[in-house]
Design a binder for this molecule. Structure first.
Ligand code: MN
Length: 263
């Protein structure tokens, strides 16, 4: 399912009609170049550069020219649709300020604030996180909710050979201390997918998990994993086959322990 999503994202062709609508009669060749070449070909090469990255390039280019009219608004809206979050657009424009110029980014911030303004409900934040991730967020993780602080979501990816799920945590969400027991083999492997999170073994410092980070959790070791306080987070969880496997859930990770981690 994830591969189908990836392929459909990569092969997605951008349909643009703005040129023909605005200038189709007055400047038909310009309209064709705008709709069929700029959007139909260049923007559609999203197997070479993602739509999200193309949005960052476009927004930055417009801001640096001081173009803060309806075309920037359009491209900010597109950037949001392509998965750029409130936090990210604020960082992109802040970074651009030093190269593009202070007054230009002031103007851009006023527009960006409006575009991302309504994006404050948890549902929108979850949808924005989904757009930056190829694996599904899945359904509320109700079966294990009693072993988590905060809301988590579960998307089973594989139920054969190796059991794999994508687990998504809202900011601040983490699972209780727990142990993956086994008499032989067993344990768990995590691979960071999106956002930023933590893994900690008892008695050891917490390890940051970013997209692509691989964590090997031996059987019979007490540990927890979850999101950073200020970031959504998702990891793949692989159940390593073993003998007499069992998950033992223990006490929650207290706020005191959790707040000790670097922000
Ligand atoms: Mn675990």
């Amino acid at each position: 399912m994830a591969i189908i999503t990836l392929q459909s994202m990569a092969q997605q062709k951008i349909i643009q009609t703005a040129g023909r609508e605005a200038l189709g009669e007055f400047a038909p060749e310009f309209a064709r170049l705008n709709d069929d070449v700029l959007f139909g070909e260049v923007w559609s090469r999203n197997h070479l550069l993602s739509l999200r990255d193309r949005s960052i390039v476009t927004v930055t280019a417009l801001i640096s020219q001081g173009i803060t009219d309806s075309s920037l608004v359009h491209h900010l809206q597109t950037a949001k649709k392509n998965g750029i979050t409130r936090t990210e657009i604020a960082e992109i424009i802040t970074h651009a300020a030093f190269y593009a110029g202070w007054p230009k980014v002031w103007a851009a911030f006023r527009l960006a604030k409006d575009v991302w303004n309504e994006d404050t409900t948890p549902e929108d934040a979850k949808a924005a996180f989904q757009r930056e991730m190829i694996f599904p967020v899945g359904e509320p993780n109700t079966a294990y909710a009693k072993y988590f602080i905060g809301n988590s979501y579960l998307a089973p990816l594989s139920s054969e050979q190796v059991i794999v799920s994508n687990v998504t945590f809202e900011p601040g969400c983490r699972n209780n201390w727990h142990v993956h027991k086994a008499t032989k083999g067993g344990g768990q492997m995590l691979i960071g997918v999106a956002g930023r999170g933590w893994y900690q073994e008892e008695g050891k410092p917490a390890v940051e998990i970013l997209p692509g980070t691989v964590i090997h959790i031996p059987a019979n070791v007490k540990h927890w994993h979850g999101a950073a306080a200020d970031s959504w987070f998702a990891h793949l969880a692989f159940s390593v086959p073993g003998e007499n496997t069992d998950n033992v859930w223990l006490e929650p990770v207290t706020d005191k322990e959790y707040k000790r981690l670097k922000p």
